[in-house]
Design a binder for this molecule. Sequence first.
Ligand code: ATP
Length: 288
Amino acid sequence: MNSIHLHAHAKINLYLDVLGKRPDGYHNLETVFQSISLYDEVTIHRRGEGIRVFCNHPDVPTEASNTVVRAAHHLLQTAGIGEDLEIRIDKNIPVAAGLAGGSADAAAVLVGLNELLDLRYPIEKLMQIGVKVGADIPFCLLGGTAIGRGIGDELQPLPPIGNVSFMIANPGFPVSTAWAFRQLNFRLTNSPKNVTILTQNLNKRDWVRVGRSLYNVFEQVVVPQYPVIRELLERLRSLGAVGSLMTGTGPTVFGWMPDRDVAEKAVHDLSVAYGVVTEGCGQGIQII
Ligand code: ATP
């Protein structure tokens, strides 16, 4: 086999709290991740010279800082081999949007190379390699619904949530994750919500209570800087969402809309750079 094609799915956070800064500079988090149906397409060919990246999005770097190059280097180093690779990324996931697009692409390259080079590494080993590149990569490899602790890499999978629908809306500008963490500055109030209640509501499929249990600490610092996010969150509720939340460090938001017709009408009514209806689904990385 000389090439492989994969779908790299984005994530949202149904819950995200930052518990504190660690001595190593990272932060301890408590989060609930959910894979969504939106994906980038990643194709890997064994050809050319060195590792070359081609991408259809102008804001994505194609040199060494691209997450896929870093992931490929770490994997090849672990395996003790060299390979010439061309990696093509077709971005559908908005960039710097809180949807972990770069992490998903890197996870796809780990899964793709594991298959292409017949390395037969278990997912746990791919996660260990992935976390060196980005804290969200272990979840992108796992997919589905999961609680994340530590830097987001200590994962506890949750039962699939089924086909409940929600919509995501991206207002069309980037937010830097590093900047958002700096703004936190630990002037934080304790979370008024909690993961246990959210997961109980998910298990009971009580979508109205799920909508009320959503929480993201970053709304406190990102929304005041970008009032359009507040407007979008409120607009989603007025369009029928039982809850709305910013994902990751923003600016993407989602509306929890268990009624699919409501979600589709809301996407139609909203004028945002990007809006899409998605369903609670289990994909992480798929080999196509
Ligand atoms: P997270 O939710 O994990 O913080 P994000 O969705 O907010 O991530 P990304 O889309 O992953 O952010 O991009 C963050 C930055 O990483 C971008 O500004 C971009 O320059 C850089 N980057 C490197 N590789 C990639 C990639 N494969 N896809 C997208 N961005 C990439």
